[in-house]
Each structure stands twice: as structure tokens, then as C-alpha cells.
Design a protein around this ligand. Structure first.
Ligand code: SAM
Length: 194
């Protein structure tokens, strides 16, 4: 196996172990990996499934990946195995957990965690956005305008009316749906104009 792939496999094992320990500790001390935040609900994507989806969807060809509402950083870390990745999260405690994970897993050169509201940020440079929504995401949909990248939506969700569906993948009970924005004029507050 090429050295690069061996290194990726080694890091993936580290991520799986790290988050298994973290989530088991949360199970022991309370309701597990679930929490209400100021912006909705936090729950986690499943790391092995996320890795499978990213591999199948060729994330290494996206130069810049952003997880919108990155929770404890799991998806941002997995994406960092393939490309440059940023996680944006409003909840300060989850941001701290994610930042610690990035440091412990020695992914600082590929992964960054940013605290804030992604709806107020310039996302235009992202080639690939990832969302595990806990509610309909009309505001994001409007912001996308004619952004040329792809949006990956994890889990059973609230199908957006204005985006064009692409590939859908399943892995066990998990699924991911790819969308692209419709081409056309950007609305006034479109991505990147803030
Ligand atoms: C269902 S969790 C997904 C966590 C992570 N992406 C994953 O897949 O494991 C959704 C997260 O998005 C955050 N969130 C929701 N709206 C947000 C916003 N506008 N800006 C920043 N974070 C937001 C919530 O606080 C929550 O942690």
C-alpha cells in the first residue's frame, strides 16, 4: 500500500479511537453525544460512515471543505484526512472539544475550528460544504445563490426545495445526499458578499 494511504489509515484509526472514547465518556456521564445548543441540537455523524462517504465522493478533489455546525469536530477531522478542512460551530464548549481533538490528533496543519454563526460568514471559498441539519435550512439555501460548489447533507433531513439533488449514498442506516445550487443571479446577501 502506498505510504500516503497507510498514513491516512493510521490517522483514521486515531480519530475513531478518540471519538469512541469521547462518546463513551458522555454516555457514562449523561445523555451521551446529544445536547441542545443556542442554535439547535447537537448530535454526531458516525465517523466510519463519514469516512466511507468522503472516499466515495472524492473529497480529496475538493480543495476546501467546511462543516457547517461542526459540533465536536468529528467530521472536520475526518475531512482533514483528504483535504483542507474547517469546522464552524456556535457552541463554545463544543468548539473547545473540537479544538482539543484537532490538537490531540495532530491535525492542526489540515483542520481548523472556528467559533461563530456560519450564516454570517463568507463561505464562498469553500468547494464543499457539509451539513447535518436538525431543522430545515432555508436561510443557508438562500445564501448559496449561484455558488458553484457542492453541499453534502447527512442523515434523513428536510429536503431543500431550491437545490438540485445529485448523488445519494447509503452505508448501513446512514445516508448522504449531494446538492448543487441552481445557476442564476445571486440574491443581494449571497455568500461572500458580507
Ligand atoms: C446535528 S449537529 C452536527 C454536528 C457535526 N456536523 C456532525 O455531523 O457530527 C448540528 C450542529 O450545528 C450547530 N449549528 C446550528 N446552526 C448553526 C449556525 N448557524 N452557526 C454555527 N453552528 C450552528 C449546532 O450548535 C450543532 O452543534
Amino acid at each position: 500500500m502506498p505510504r500516503e494511504l497507510l498514513e491516512r489509515a493510521r490517522r483514521l484509526v486515531g480519530i475513531l479511537r478518540h471519538y469512541r472514547r469521547l462518546h463513551e465518556a458522555l454516555e457514562r456521564s449523561g445523555p451521551g453525544a446529544y445536547r441542545i445548543t443556542s442554535r439547535g441540537a447537537w448530535a454526531t455523524s458516525r465517523p466510519a460512515h463519514v469516512y466511507y462517504f468522503m472516499k466515495r465522493l472524492g473529497i480529496e478533489n475538493d480543495r476546501f471543505f467546511v462543516d457547517l455546525g461542526s459540533g465536536d469536530g468529528l467530521v472536520a477531522c475526518v475531512a482533514g484526512l483528504f483535504t483542507r478542512s474547517v469546522g464552524i460551530e456556535a457552541d463554545p464548549d463544543l468548539c473547545r472539544t473540537a479544538t482539543d481533538a484537532v490538537a490531540d490528533l495532530e491535525l492542526c496543519h489540515r483542520v481548523e475550528i472556528v467559533r461563530g454563526d456560519y450564516l454570517t460568514m463568507n463561505l464562498r471559498r469553500a468547494d464543499c460544504l457539509y451539513l447535518y441539519p436538525d431543522k430545515p435550512f432555508h436561510a443557508l439555501e438562500e445564501l448559496l445563490g449561484s455558488w458553484p460548489g457542492r453541499l453534502l447533507v447527512y442523515g434523513p433531513h428536510f429536503p431543500p426545495g431550491g437545490l438540485i439533488p445529485g448523488r445519494q449514498l447509503r452505508c448501513g442506516r446512514e445516508r448522504i445526499q449531494e446538492y448543487r445550487a441552481r445557476l442564476g443571479p445571486d440574491p443581494p446577501a449571497a455568500l461572500g458578499r458580507k
